[in-house]
Design a protein around this ligand. Structure first.
Ligand SMILES: Cc1cc2nc3c(=O)[nH]c(=O)nc-3n(C[C@H](O)[C@H](O)[C@H](O)COP(=O)(O)OP(=O)(O)OC[C@H]3O[C@@H](n4cnc5c(N)ncnc54)[C@H](O)[C@@H]3O)c2cc1C
Length: 126
């Protein structure tokens, strides 16, 4: 995918805390912001414990990324899982195709370390 715009396209991979903050800071800047995330929602991780212990519903700690930026005119969101970046051609590789960028923000978080403890990973919400 390559869309022509008079403004440079900033692609943000990841709608976590980092991605949200970057997109917010670019709200009134002369750029097009395209956020990609494999989920269409942000997860407020500090409250995962409360969901795990049953004191909060899943819905209380996850919110729609599109709705969150509904008022931001230069913002678009696509659900996409990114598999790589071609830095020579300024292309993000994803399961919805190639996406061109002028500036790239990689905000994909970290990888969980389960410390070799088996079955520590549980699915809380479906
Ligand atoms: C249980 C728990 C409790 C915590 N409590 C606190 C606390 O009290 N205070 C505090 O300051 N911090 C806390 N943290 C840490 C904090 O949540 C993280 O530091 C923060 O979420 C990191 O933000 P991030 O934007 O870097 O990554 P994340 O929030 O992990 O966001 C990364 C995003 O990238 C997306 N993504 C990843 N890979 C791809 C891909 N290949 N393609 C497309 N999208 C992708 C993910 O879907 C996700 O939306 C806690 C974390 C956990 C797990």
């Amino acid at each position: 995918m390559s869309e022509k715009s008079k403004f440079p396209q900033v692609v943000i991979i990841g709608g976590g805390f980092a991605g949200l903050e970057v997109a917010k800071q670019l709200a009134d800047k002369p750029v097009e912001v395209l956020m990609l995330d494999k989920h269409n929602y942000h997860t407020f991780q500090p409250l995962l414990y409360q969901v795990a212990t049953g004191s909060l519903e899943c819905e209380s700690i996850a919110f729609s990324l599109r709705k969150n930026f509904a008022g931001q005119k230069n913002f678009r969101f696509r659900i996409a899982e990114v598999s790589g970046v071609d830095t020579e051609r300024n292309i993000v590789k994803s399961d919805i195709g190639d996406i061109a960028y002028d500036y790239l923000v990689i905000a994909t978080g970290s990888t969980t370390n389960f410390l070799a403890i088996k079955k520590l990973s549980v699915t809380l919400c479906r």
